[in-house]
Every structure is written in C-alpha cells, then in structure tokens.
Design a binder for this molecule. Structure first.
Ligand code: KMH
Ligand code: ZN
Length: 271
C-alpha cells in the first residue's frame, strides 16, 4: 500500500481547554499527547508550545523542554516546530525554535485575516528572512498555504533561491479569512503545485476528515489534530489527538493508504 504521512498538530496557539479540556498546555501534557498521536500512526508532530496557563509562547527554552520530553517517549518521531506562533507575535519571537535546529519547521507564505479579529502577518521580506534562516541551518520548510496566492509567493522565493527543492506544502483549508475546503478549492490548490512537490492537507473544523479523504485519494498526506479541529464527530469532543489520528488512519486505510513511519516520512520528504 502507498504510504501516507500523518502529521498531528497537537495544540496550536489558539485553541484552549475551554474549547476542549484535552488540549495540552504543560510539558507533560504535550509529550503525552504527542505519544498518543504517534502511537496511533502520526509520523510528524507539528508543534506549538504553551506556558502552563495556556499562553502561547515561541520561547526556545520551552520548545526544548517539550521536544526533549516528546523525544523521551517517541525517539523516532519528527518534530516540526511552528514559526507561525500566534497572530501578533514579532518575527524574532516566532523564529526562536529554529535555534534548536529541528529537521523541519513551518514557513508561512502570506498574510491573511485569521479568524474574525486577527491578522496573521507575513510580508515577503519576513518570509525571505525565515526562509534564509532555514536554508542556512539545513531545516526543511513545510510551506504553509492558506490561499492560492501563497503558492505564487513560494514559487517566487524558489526562483530567487530562498527556498530549495524538493518542495513540501501544507494546504490549510477552511480558516475564516483563507481559502475554503470544498473539493473544487482543493483541486485548484493541488493543480497549482509544481511538479515533484509533496503536499499534506489540513482541513479546519468540520472539514478535517473530508480534506483528509481528498488528500488520501489524490496522493497527498494528511494533517489532523486539536490545532485544526477539536471534534471526533459532529458535536462530540475528541478525547485526544490520538483519537483524531486513529480516525484519519481508518479513512486512509479504506482508501488504500497506510501510515508512514517516521523513517518512511524522512525518505518521502528527503529530510
Ligand atoms: N497560529 C497561526 C497564527 C504555523 O504553525 O506555522 C499560525 C500557524 C501557522 O499556526
Ligand atoms: Zn501551527
């Protein structure tokens, strides 16, 4: 069976315990959620970190504590820190986890309205700055795309030498302020990707599993997790990220795809 890389975005920066009490904040909670996701089939943990009261932070020290705790439980798993952080953070704040030299990190390729109140700002000069740091350190960027224009921006930066091939994209679909999550929008994004690129897709909220199925069918990879969706089925809160990953695995297996191990994922993504 063809392998599918499952990424678990276990806590994000916006979702809180008020939304779902199982959202992890502490180092122990984050490591336990990463383990549950990995045991269920996730090869990559997309990581934001929080202080114990839930406040999002990009502190390198807090990232190190969390990554060390995750690696003690799952030594093989790929940890992909966010450089998006939370809307409103400065570039320097957001860049801090790169000092830990992770294998991968996110590279957000455009500005958008993010929900009803926030603007997630990524000017082209910011993206160049982040991409240069990643290139200098040999960190593989996962190119985060919230709209079609962000693929154009990424390809512009490839042409200018800021991002190296082979390219890996994450199509984030259904953010209020970004592209929707219909099949035609999915096809539009997928057909806009350059030849040879790999991609994963992340559906927000109720779109999570529909987008997972679209990606599995078309040769893409899958992202699930509390960052994007807190429900296991309509109106029913998920007990853990592991449960969300297990559901993604069941869908993928029915569609002829089996979960990639971290070693498979390193091979597919050329890490
Ligand atoms: N929290 C969002 C504003 C990323 O991880 O790179 C941005 C985000 C993207 O989550
Ligand atoms: Zn994120």
């Amino acid at each position: 069976m063809e392998k599918v890389i499952i990424t678990a975005a276990i806590c994000g920066a916006e979702v809180t315990k008020e939304h779902n009490p199982n959202v992890p904040y502490t180092v122990t909670e984050i490591a336990d959620e990463a383990r549950r996701a990995h045991e269920a089939g996730a090869a990559i943990i997309h990581l934001h970190v929080r202080y114990d009261d839930g406040t999002p932070t990009q502190s390198a020290e807090r990232f190190k504590e969390c990554i060390d705790a995750i690696k003690r439980q799952c030594p093989e798993v790929i940890v992909q820190p966010s450089t998006g952080g939370a809307a409103g953070m400065s570039d320097e704040e957001r860049l801090q986890p790169l000092t830990l030299n992770p294998e991968m990190a996110t590279l957000d390729c455009g500005t958008l309205n993010f929900g009803e109140n926030d603007i997630f700002v990524n000017s082209i000069s910011t993206i160049k700055h982040f991409a240069s740091e990643m290139k200098a350190k040999g960190i593989k960027p996962e190119i985060e795309v919230f709209d079609r224009s962000m693929i154009n921006t990424a390809l512009y930066l490839v042409k200018k030498g800021f991002i190296l091939e082979p390219l890996h994209f994450n199509l984030v679909m259904g953010v209020t302020g970004g592209i929707g999550a219909s099949m035609s929008e999915f096809n539009f994004l997928k057909e806009s990707l350059p030849e040879g690129a790999t991609f994963t897709a992340a559906g927000i909220g109720r779109h999570q599993f529909n987008v997972a199925a679209m990606s599995a069918i078309t040769g893409g990879h899958i992202r699930v997790g509390f960052e994007d969706n807190i429900f296991i089925s309509p109106g029913v809160l998920a007990e853990s990220n592991g449960k969300l990953v297990s559901k993604a695995v069941r869908i993928a297996m029915e569609l002829g795809r089996e979960p990639a191990s971290p070693a498979d994922a390193r091979n597919i993504l050329k890490l």
